[in-house]
Design a protein around this ligand. Structure first.
Ligand code: 8Y7
Length: 256
């Protein structure tokens, strides 16, 4: 899964049209590099990031999804927690809802249930504004897995068949380095819930904690994370660096 951020370029006055054009161009580059899914997001969920209004988020992502649904040739995922964005993105051609809040916003379950879209249910402790301020767990693996099993049950109860759902422990979302590493070490336990797993570790700060590298020099650590995740059973890795990841995972696939 290749990451496509649709955010206005603060260094250019080209405006909304230009940021949509750039996102489409980047997305098609990721497909050429071997991405099987594109994840399109209009609001950053990085720690401390500012929320984006519903109107701005819709204006950013809908034109990009409309365009890519005609030309990309791979499934499109919409990265949002807002039910209105899910609805508009699905209408524009999105195939998957990637929700860092696991469809907990009022109306989110119903919108996905009333569509044919797949869903990624992710664990997060707290909110992006404050989640990295001293997160605490008694047992992070048990807490995350209990939450994911509960959200899977809620999705099924709302009418979303389990075959449409993947689960994600939510690396970096309200987790310290030790929590992230425990979740990765024990990914087999999350897999036991019985659904395919998506893992997002690309360029994340846990990798910087280990290597000492800033966000722009985390490629090699990110590749290690994708290889480990895949060997531990993850089915989808959400990454910025598609070409390098595809090569690394071809080597995994040749021996697994
Ligand atoms: C993840 C994600 C982000 C992740 C899923 C970043 C939107 C932060 N991370 N979605 N989104 N899993 N499913 O650094 O780990 O990429 S945003």
């Amino acid at each position: 899964m290749g990451i496509v951020n649709v955010t206005p370029d603060s260094f250019s006055d080209g405006g909304k049209y230009e940021s949509a054009e750039k996102a489409v161009e980047h997305a098609l580059q990721l497909v050429a590099e071997g991405a099987d899914i594109l994840d399109i997001g209009g609001e950053s969920t990085r720690p401390g990031a500012m929320p984006v209004s519903l109107e701005d988020e819709l204006e950013r992502v809908v034109p990009v999804i409309e365009r890519l649904s005609k030309v990309a040739g791979v499934p499109l995922s919409i990265d949002t927690y807002k039910p209105e964005v899910m609805r508009a993105a699905i209408a524009a051609g999105a195939d998957i809802v990637n929700d860092v809040r696991a469809l907990q916003e009022p109306g989110a379950l119903e919108i996905v249930a009333g569509s044919n879209a797949g869903a990624c249910l992710m664990h997060m402790q707290g909110t992006p504004q404050t989640m990295q301020v001293d997160p605490q767990y008694d047992d992070v693996v048990a807490t995350v897995n209990t939450f994911l099993a509960q959200r899977l049950a809620a999705a099924e109860a709302a009418g979303i068949v389990r075959e449409r759902i993947v689960l994600d422990p939510g690396f970096g979302f309200g987790k310290k380095t030790e929590h992230n590493l425990q979740l990765l070490q024990q990914l087999d336990k999350t897999l036991q819930i019985g659904r395919p797993l998506l893992v997002g570790l690309s360029r994340k700060s846990v990798l910087g904690q280990i290597t000492g590298g800033d966000v722009d020099v985390r490629l090699h650590a990110s590749l290690a994370a994708s290889v480990i995740s895949t060997m531990k059973g993850a089915r989808i890795v959400r990454v910025h660096d598609v070409k390098a990841t595809v090569d690394a995972l071809k080597v995994v696939a040749a021996v697994i």
